[in-house]
Design a protein around this ligand. Structure first.
Ligand code: ASP
Length: 378
């Protein structure tokens, strides 16, 4: 009878995550009195202290995935922001459902980022900015916090979803970072989908960016001067995602077309493990957006994870990392945005750009929350 009661109990929990029946009580023996008390109070099983859940061999640990995604730091003008907000919300939902359906944190961040790559609303995948030679050079990375495995690819011209190639590098090769022709060859070998490399919309945007650039300085001797002279040109809209899955594993992924008008061959922080992307089950996961050269110099995503590993909450860790940039690299183009999740499922987001387009979803929410602002650190 007791085992029948335990079976019914676990079925009810699995379906509704709530203790719904008092029938169970009469089958109980004294050693389960703690559970009966919870039952009587009609508490959600998610609020059980973990030690109690752990003590009950037949009880499943609560599945409470968490995901946060970003569609880039920068300045979001009203015309584009509505579509972008809708896309980050849908991306968060995509990743969340992936985990609720049994997928891992790696599955979730890859699916969320691939969704944003396909949307065309961000500087990644279909919406990638062009480099100074009017060519697409996309880059992406992914990291699994459970194993510290990581994969990255860069200088990609026509791979439909760079983040999927990054995952293949992580899972199917002995390497972490593959670029250019070698990366293209890998994509072909694994049969990844391609997309037309440069679209009319990308070209149109390039012309506008160039016009604006040339109208100010006439030439581009230093990137810093360009950004200072034309902040509106450098709308940074990389995409990224961080997640904690039901098994307690974290992961992060980031994808970008890179800086608009960047020099050919330039690789930024987004595919650089530790800089734009990092995940470690001992701390948490982080994805960055902003001026790649700044994130690289401070190994920024790893810095955020280290802060979390040392006890800071993700929000504090993200804010402190932005403050660190201001302290250590106090120049005019040191703007960044960060999202983070820790192994306890707490979320953080901070930026020094005017906006950070981002969204998050947890088991406690009905639907993802999306915004163009997080904590602005000046
Ligand atoms: N971090 C990216 C890069 O420097 C740009 C971005 O975040 O939009 O390539």
């Amino acid at each position: 009878m007791v085992s029948a009661g335990l079976w019914l109990f676990s079925q009810l929990n699995a379906r509704s995550r709530r203790l719904t029946s008092f029938h169970y009580v009469k089958w109980e023996t004294a050693d389960l009195s703690v559970l009966i008390t919870y039952n009587a109070l009609c508490l959600n099983v998610d609020s059980f202290p973990f030690s109690i859940q752990k003590g009950r061999g037949k009880m499943r640990k609560a599945c409470k995935p968490v995901i946060a995604v970003h569609g880039g730091a920068g300045t979001w003008d009203p015309e584009r922001s509505q579509a972008a907000l809708k896309s980050v919300k849908e991306a968060a939902e995509t990743g969340f459902k992936t985990m609720r359906g049994g997928g891992s944190a790696v599955d979730a961040v890859v699916e969320a980022v691939a969704f944003m790559e396909d949307s065309g609303n961000f500087n990644a995948g279909a919406g990638s900015a062009l480099n100074i030679e009017k060519r697409v050079e996309m880059e992406a990375s992914v990291m699994d916090g459970a194993t510290l495995q990581a994969g990255a690819a860069a200088l990609l011209s026509d791979v439909r979803n760079p983040v999927r190639l990054a995952r293949l590098v992580m899972e199917k090769t002995d390497h972490v970072f593959v670029v250019g022709k070698g990366a293209d060859d890998l994509a072909r070998m694994f049969g990844l989908e391609r997309r037309q490399s440069v679209t009319a919309a990308q070209l149109e945007r390039y012309q506008a960016q160039l016009k604006s650039l040339l109208a100010g300085s006439g030439y581009l001797p230093r990137l810093a001067d360009l950004i200072k002279a034309h902040p509106e040109v450098f709308q940074l809209e990389t995409v990224g995602a961080v997640a904690l899955d039901c098994a307690g594993n974290v992961a992060a992924a980031t994808s970008t077309g890179g800086f608009p008008l960047k020099l050919a061959g330039r690789i930024g922080d987004s595919p650089s493990i530790g800089c734009g992307t990092y995940a470690d089950n001992r701390s948490g996961a982080c994805s960055a957006s902003g001026v790649g050269e700044i994130a690289i110099r401070l190994v920024l995503a790893k810095t955020v994870c280290d802060y979390m590993g040392n006890g800071r909450a993700p929000q504090e860790a993200a804010e402190d990392a932005i403050a660190l940039i201001k302290e250590r690299i106090p120049n005019s183009y040191n703007v960044m945005g960060l999202i983070a999740v820790d192994v306890n499922g707490r979320i953080g987001a901070a930026h020094s750009t005017s906006n950070l387009c981002w969204a998050y979803m947890t088991a406690a929410l009905e639907e993802p929350v999306a915004s163009l602002k997080a904590k602005l650190v000046k």
